[in-house]
Design a protein around this ligand. Structure first.
Ligand code: R5P
Length: 304
């Protein structure tokens, strides 16, 4: 088995390699001044099971191009099986045309992943299960819920003294909040959110269903990009009497990146996973990263 790392999240790939008691395979990824990328594989991959770890976070298109090049090179090198491990899948939020004439971008991503040579795909908490239907190769979508639940359970003291309530910032996250509440044996609530379709980053949300009053509210979401969704949710739960508000998000896109902005946000703490690498210049004191490497390594076992 050969485990390759794309350039988007090498620290995670290294941790996965450690979990699998192996070393990263040899390759070279060059980013040119104009942003173009070129991958070179330096190992003999013939008849080998090859795994490529590449998060398709910002810059999404360049990171996808890198992934496609890995697939193509491994196929040309006659690898036995080529597995794409994509902890964060770009374009997953574009899984349906919400208005007439809109592109369903993730369907193209799925097509390219298959056509460039990948035989299997491992995703982590993809935005919507519908995305899986676009892949015409075996695809596994693993959930970070157990990892997150175990983390909260072992850090109970960090979440204030009152009862916990998991809060979904929109209906799409209700299942996640409900399941986490089920594992920890606590309550959940849901915010009714309406996105303004003609805007790229504004949300217009309204009410909370469920009790948050005098509780420690943990907002859970799959992605944080501009932060509009979770900030709106935080304001609503605080207005509804929550004592403190915390945030747990799987994919730390942080497209509004200034650390001071997040450090000064209403959240007591912001927990993210390492599905996306958060560089030093984006980090802040309130941020804590939970690793999904053990989870991914364990799930890979089923594909090898
Ligand atoms: C929406 O359906 C997603 O689950 C996230 O809540 C949303 O995409 C986050 O984006 P932003 O941080 O820009 O509000």
């Amino acid at each position: 088995m050969l485990l390759f790392s794309g350039s988007s999240n090498q620290p995670l790939a290294e941790k996965i390699a450690d979990e699998l008691k192996t070393k990263l395979a040899n390759c070279e990824v060059v980013r040119f001044a104009d942003g173009e990328v070129r991958v070179r594989i330096l190992d003999n991959v013939q008849d080998q099971v090859c795994i490529v770890v590449q998060s398709t976070s910002t810059p999404a298109d360049a990171n996808l191009m890198e992934l496609y090049q890995f697939g193509d090179l491994l196929k040309k090198g006659k690898a036995k099986k080529i597995i794409a491990v994509i902890p964060y899948l770009a374009y997953a939020r574009q899984h349906k045309a919400r208005r007439q004439g809109e592109a369903v971008s993730v369907s193209l991503v799925a097509k390219f992943i298959k056509s460039t040579g990948f035989s299997d795909v491992l995703l982590l908490e993809v935005h919507d299960e519908e995305v899986l239907n676009f892949f015409q190769i075996p695809v596994i979508n693993i959930s970070a819920e157990e990892t997150i639940a175990r983390f909260i359970d072992s850090h109970r003291d960090d979440f204030g003294g009152a009862d916990l309530v998991f809060v979904a910032p929109d209906k799409g996250r209700k299942k996640q909040a409900e399941e986490l509440a089920g594992i920890i044996e606590t309550d959940f609530a849901v915010i009714n959110k309406n996105r303004l379709l003609d805007s790229t980053d504004m949300v217009n949300s309204s009410t909370v269903q469920g009790e948050v009053k005098e509780k420690e509210a943990i907002i859970v979401d799959d992605v944080i990009s501009t932060g509009s969704t979770v900030l709106e949710a935080a304001n609503i739960v605080l207005k509804n009497g929550a004592l403190h508000v915390y945030l747990i998000v799987t994919h730390a896109v942080f497209s509004r990146g200034e650390p001071s902005f997040w450090q000064n946000s209403p959240f007591e703490k912001i927990y993210v996973t390492d599905s996306i690498f958060v560089p030093k210049y984006k980090q802040f004191e309130k941020l804590e990263v939970i690793s999904v490497a053990p989870l991914i390594a364990k799930s890979l076992g089923n594909l090898l």
